[in-house]
Each structure stands twice: as C-alpha cells, then as structure tokens.
Design a protein around this ligand. Structure first.
Ligand SMILES: [Zn+2]
Length: 426
C-alpha cells in the first residue's frame, strides 16, 4: 500500500542533529521513499492528514520479556532475589505455550499503543513471541532465553535446540530477526556460555544477555573468576558477533573500555533497575565513552509497563538529579537512545524518518494539553509525552493502528484471555 503522510510535522534526525519540519512523507513497499517530494509518480492508496499530528520514528524497545506481561503487578516491592527466584520463576513453570502467546500479545498491544514499533524479546516459550509479533504486525528481534550448566545437560541442549529451531522456522519473516540469549552469567555455566558463543558464530547471530545488573552479580563474579562480569564474558570471546547487554548498572572503569572497544550496545532499563532496587546505570560516563546506549523497558513484572516514553522520561531526569547537573543526558540523547541507537543495536533498517529506511513511524496527536504549546518538540517527547498521544502506528509500511484502533488484534479478547491466565497462576 502506498501511503502519503500529508503536511505533517516530523522529527528528521541523524546521530548528530535533528530538525522538526512540516512535510509530506511518501511510503511505498514498506520503505520511506520520499520526504517533501517523491521522484516520479506516486499514487497514494491512503492519505493521512497531518494536521495537528507529529510523525516520529517508531520507538525501539531493546530489552523486554513479552510473555511476562501476564505477571504484571503480581510480585511487587520485593528484593531482586525474592522477586526472581521465589515469585517469577515458580510461576513461569505454570504457564503453557498458549498462555505465553497471550501475554506476548498483551505486550504488543501495549507497545503499539505507546509508539513502539520494534522490540527485542527474551522469552522461554518457543514460537510464541514470533506468533504474537506476526499477528500484531510488529517488528521484533526474538531470542530464546538460555540457562544451564554445560553443553551436555538435557535442559541446556533442549533450550538451545528450541532457539535454533525457532530461528529456522521463522527466519524468512520480513519483520523478524533473531539473537541467542544466554540469560546471565549467574544462570549459565562457563561451558554452556562457550557453547552458545560457538553457535552464535556458526549461525551468525548476535547475543542478548543480562549483564552487571546487581551488585551481587558483580561481587560473585569477582569471587568466582577474579574478574568483573564484563571482563569475564570478554575473556570467553562473548562480544564477537554483536551484543545487546541489558542493564550494565554496576560497571568498573575497565568495563567501559571493553564495552566501547567491542561495540556492545547497552540497553538501559531505568525503571526496572529502580523498581528492583538495583541502582542507576552510569549513563553519563557511557555517553562520554561513546558506548551505544539504547532503551529497554524490561518486563511488565519489573517496570510495570512497556511504555518506552516513561523510560525515556526517567532516563532524562534521573541522571540530572543524580549528577546534580541539569545538562546531563539531554532530551535528544534520550530520543536517540529510543530510536536510532536502538536500530543500530538490533541491526535493523529503522529508527529514523529518512529516505531508504523502513516505514516504522508513530504518529502522535498534538491536541493534548501536555503537548501544548509546541515550544520545543524534542523536549516534549522526552519530558512531557506519556505515550497516550500515540494515535496511529505504521510498521514496515503497514498501518497496525489507526486513530488508536488496532488493525489486527481484538483488544477485548486479549484482556479476557489474560485475566483467565492470571486467575490460573495466582
Ligand atoms: Zn530482563
């Protein structure tokens, strides 16, 4: 479908700067093929009137666990260990594949409605995130969470086989791509991590993991390996095929150099880190070092929403307060983390309104009090927007939501299903 966004205010950005301009955007074959003008003849199948609207690159959520949306508000105000080992993991055992699918679909509904067009998922239920992404029209990078002692134990083998089978089954879907996801250094033995690294090389897949999330993780690594978690993974050759490392809250000086040198993208999850009492990632220092920072929500069990605008807002504010410096982490840095840097982390052709990029666009309604007056659109996106402004969402040239109505998902059905699942796992 050929779509023309007509006379629309748009955020045109690259890594260094941005412009806000009123323009026309031409979408053809899923790609942005013209901004302001289109070379040749363009017959629009659909014209979106841009009056009082704002087009931004779709947000990119670089760390989440979509199936866990069924756990929203089920275990709160608990320490990280009580939360994960006593409350989340036992409940995961009660979920069926079908339950995980509906949880993932609920996550897709929430992400689309708050302007996210692509997400990186770490899951435990083969095929279910892929199904939900395809059914909702979302772009997704899918990674099966892997845990285990070594390459020979039955569970470890089963999990990596599931990851590779899933990759094989869905790899031709246009909007899907894949990573391998060793869950964390405290849930994977060294031999298993080495095995996963070999598989990542064999299949040319990047890696997605939790890294240096808690002080305890760092102190255990030092005790066991005499290295920080970042040093330890580097010593195994972990960062060679591309990595998205979620959290990186507790870093030491040497870690910054390794992350930069190995081109590791760090997915910040500020709300999850605060909610689980884990602290604040050293974002200013990461920016100074030139590390690619992107944004994640983590799951709805530790956030407790998948609204990336909220994580953007927190990122912009936390570090000003923490550093007693109002110029720390400005609005554009945060916006880039949620768009262009995310695309770089996930190796997808998205994150910018630019000719040749995938047409992944969120259209916000500016007729909301928090968006007026239009003094500074970039500031509005990081400091004022709450996600409810998102009106229409286009992913790969496909309108997946228009005037807040989802094109492919029956919202009511999703809500009914997840309430039943919540009842079952209580
Ligand atoms: Zn996580």
């Amino acid at each position: 479908m050929n779509i023309k966004l007509e006379n629309i205010l748009a955020v045109i950005s690259d890594e260094r700067e941005y412009e806000i301009e009123e323009t026309d955007i031409f979408i053809k074959d899923g790609i942005i093929q013209g901004i302001g003008k289109f070379d040749g003849e363009f017959k629009a199948d659909k014209i979106v009137d841009g009056k009082d609207k704002l087009a931004v690159p779709g947000l990119i959520n670089c760390h989440t666990h979509t199936y866990m949306s069924v756990f929203r508000n089920i275990a709160d105000d608990l320490s990280f260990d009580d939360w994960l080992f006593k409350n989340i993991m036992p409940r995961e055992d009660k979920l069926s594949n079908e339950d995980a699918y509906w949880g993932a679909l609920l996550a897709c509904v929430e992400m689309i409605k708050t302007g996210t067009t692509c997400f990186l998922d770490m899951h435990m239920f083969k095929n279910q995130t892929a199904r939900a992404a395809v059914d909702s029209g979302m772009r997704a990078v899918i990674s099966r969470g892997l845990s285990g002692e070594n390459r020979n134990d039955e569970g470890s083998v089963r999990r990596i086989n599931e990851a590779l089978e899933e990759f094989d089954e869905w790899k031709d879907k246009e909007k899907l791509s894949f990573m391998l996801a060793p869950h964390a250094i405290y849930t994977c033995g060294t031999d298993y991590i080495e095995f996963i690294i070999d598989k990542a090389k064999e299949y040319n897949l990047p890696l997605h993991t939790h890294l240096s999330e808690t002080r305890y993780e760092v102190s255990e690594a030092k005790k066991n390996y005499n290295m920080t978690p970042v040093q330890y993974l580097d010593s195994l050759g972990f960062f060679e095929t591309g990595t998205v490392a979620a959290h990186c809250v507790h870093l030491e000086d040497i870690d910054f150099d390794i992350l930069k040198e190995k081109n590791v993208s760090v997915a910040l999850n500020p709300i999850s880190n605060m909610k689980l009492g884990n602290g604040f990632a050293p974002v200013c220092k990461m920016i100074d070092k030139g590390i690619n920072i992107c944004m994640g929500t983590d799951s709805a069990a530790s956030n407790n929403s998948l609204n990336l605008f909220s994580d953007m807002n927190h990122t912009a504010l936390i570090h000003k307060g923490l550093n007693e410096n109002a110029q720390a982490v400005n609005a554009f840095e945060v916006f880039k983390a949620a768009t262009i840097n995310g695309a770089k982390a996930l190796k997808i052709n998205s994150g910018q309104i630019k000719v040749g990029k995938a047409a992944d666009i969120a259209i916000l309604d500016l007729n909301c009090p928090q968006m007026r007056p239009k003094n500074n659109i970039m500031a509005a996106l990081s400091y004022s927007a709450n996600g409810s402004e998102v009106d229409t969402v286009i992913i790969g040239g496909d309108i997946v939501m228009e005037n807040r109505k989802l094109s492919y998902i029956d919202e009511k059905e999703v809500y009914d299903k997840v309430e039943k699942i919540a009842e079952k796992i209580k």
